[in-house]
Design a protein around this ligand. Structure first.
Ligand code: PMH
Length: 385
């Protein structure tokens, strides 16, 4: 259920204008005619699948990519008619449903096709053939596997081969040798494909990193994920800065309690933090059940444009910060975003957690309402509780 109200002080803001601008910038960088599919899997990397899908399509994206059939069905239920590709595994017994809803599926196994065709199709099934050129995850790895898959598609009129694609494992790295190795394998496998298959197909190989770094090499379309949300795929690409991205996601809360403690008082479970002198301590109503996990103890947040540190263990619904002075209840606390000239980015949070920025908006749970902004104005609220 999606409620249009919420009654808590911790909210993620999603700037849809930033998403639009990131897409427009990528389109400018790509060759004319190269399309963009917006990757909106995992609830649009935590931003909100429906809102991001509409924004991306309005900004000129040709289609949408998700990981699961369930995600694709949700988009269709919301009335989205654009092309949708499920990039992950769909169960073969559900292929008829994908076909009925005009959802394209990723295929790479002969036995999948043999199982899928046992179920009657009222509509043709759009297939994207996945080649594994070195990601080692899913995909056809050899020409003989490919021949077997193509033979079934060829004799089954309900199967329509729309596209051939692959995924790069290291497109965001400075060191390009593995990327070149994958490109070479792609050329070998795709070369074989072209000799075996005479019908036209589309080709898509690239994620954010490859599409921003090597725009001249792109094919029919690219699959634009992390950078649509305004984040660079790696510190190397951030340094190269092929596009000036604008982050779309920010996370804010408010102080709900402020107190002055004597030296020697402890904070939170386990009493892991003890005040060394008289200190102002604030309580923030957000915790690990909201995705602000316990490993973020010691991370900073912004209050009054200044960095203040999380002290003591993060609880399920609340955490405490050491304040540089007294602040009134209701004072804004920024966990991701800007205050004054200070910024705490998703990259900073990822660094603290020794992970990648992709994980950061994804981990902010559905208990945190999403508020959508366009040109600085709130347009929609999503409370998934
Ligand atoms: N294409 C495929 C097949 C993907 O799995 C992903 C992201 C993308 C495109 C978009 O990549 P980008 O966000 O770097 O632009 N998939 C994942 C993943 O499985 N884990 O992290 C990102």
């Amino acid at each position: 259920m999606s409620l249009d109200r919420y009654y808590r002080d911790s909210v993620a803001e999603v700037n849809l204008t930033a998403i639009e601008s990131n897409i427009l910038q990528l389109k400018k960088r790509l060759k004319p005619g190269t399309g963009v599919y917006a990757v909106v899997k995992a609830d649009a990397y935590g931003h909100g699948d429906i809102q991001v899908a509409h924004t991306a399509l309005e900004a000129g994206a040709r289609g949408l990519c998700v990981a699961l059939l369930d995600e694709a069905l949700k988009l269709r239920q919301e009335g989205i008619e654009a092309p949708i590709l499920v990039m992950g595994w769909t169960r073969p017994e559900d292929a008829w449903l994908a076909a009925k809803e005009d959802i394209a599926v990723t295929v790479f196994q002969e036995e999948w096709l043999l199982e899928a065709e046992k179920h009657p199709f009222d509509h043709p099934l759009s297939i994207h053939l996945k080649l594994d050129t070195g990601m080692g995850r899913i995909g056809v790895r050899s020409t003989s596997e490919m021949d077997r898959v193509l033979a079934v598609i060829d004799r089954q009129p309900s199967f329509i081969l729309q596209s051939v694609f692959t995924h790069f494992a290291t497109a965001d790295e400075e060191e390009k040798s593995y990327f070149s190795h994958q490109t070479k394998r792609w050329e070998e496998l795709f070369g074989h494909f072209k000799r075996e298959w005479s019908h036209p197909v589309e080709v898509h190989t690239s994620n954010s990193a490859a599409s921003m770094r090597f725009p001249e090499r792109m094919d029919h379309f690219v699959r634009f994920g992390i950078s649509m949300y305004g984040l660079y795929p790696s510190t190397h690409v951030k340094r190269e800065r092929p596009i000036d991205l604008e982050p779309a996601f920010s996370l804010n809360s408010r102080l709900i309690h402020v107190k002055r403690l004597e030296a020697g008082e402890s904070i939170s479970y386990g009493a892991t933090y003890t005040t060394e002198e008289e200190e102002w301590i604030g309580t923030v109503p957000l915790g690990y059940a909201d995705g602000w996990i316990r490993k973020l103890q010691g991370m900073e947040v912004l209050v009054d444009g200044k960095r203040q540190t999380i002290v003591g263990r993060i609880c399920m619904d609340q955490f405490m910060i050491r304040l540089d002075q007294e602040y009134p209840i209701g004072t804004k606390v920024t966990l991701i975003g800007n205050q004054g000239n200070q910024e705490i980015s998703a990259d900073d949070v990822a660094d603290h957690l020794d992970t990648i920025n992709y994980e950061v908006p994804c981990m902010i749970s559905s208990r945190v309402p999403r508020v959508y902004l366009r040109n600085g104005k709130m347009t929609e609220i999503r409370n998934s509780l």
